[in-house]
Design a protein around this ligand. Structure first.
Ligand code: ZN
Length: 135
């Protein structure tokens, strides 16, 4: 693992949460992006070299809608940057972690992502992410 890449926060209204995090961080979101495959609308803020990802559900089947229904708004996942997501999945599998996406998928912010089951990490949903090289 390289560093904490971002922290994902589940919100009911991206519009409201954008205002709150603008005020909190003193900056504008640097991008917003809809990820249809995950059923989410996201916006990203930078804070130093870390990022905050706000996530709003696009539909009731979205994992974010289910999360908010069960636990309310709040921290949804912690994302770690990795250099080789395939190698890291193998390593963590061998360590006994339950991998939710053995084949990484395209996530928001130009990343390949895979998630670990929260039960594997003391109740924390862990995201691995690797920057997709554009060339
Ligand atoms: Zn994320």
């Amino acid at each position: 693992m390289e560093k904490i890449e971002h922290i994902g926060i589940a919100v009911k209204s991206l519009q409201n949460a954008n205002q709150v995090y603008k005020a909190l961080l003193g900056s504008e979101p640097y991008k917003s992006e809809r990820v249809e495959s995950e059923g989410v609308e996201t916006s990203f803020f930078k804070c130093g070299e870390s990022k905050i990802e706000l996530l709003e559900a696009l539909n009731p089947e979205s994992p974010i809608a289910k999360f908010i229904e069960k636990r309310g708004e709040g921290i949804h996942h912690i994302a770690f940057a990795v250099n080789d997501i395939y190698a890291e999945i193998e390593r963590l599998k061998n360590e006994g972690f339950k991998i939710l996406n053995e084949t990484p998928k395209k996530g928001a912010d130009n990343k390949l992502v895979a998630f670990l089951h929260p039960k594997s990490a003391n109740g924390v949903l862990v995201e691995l992410c690797q920057e997709i090289e554009n060339n």
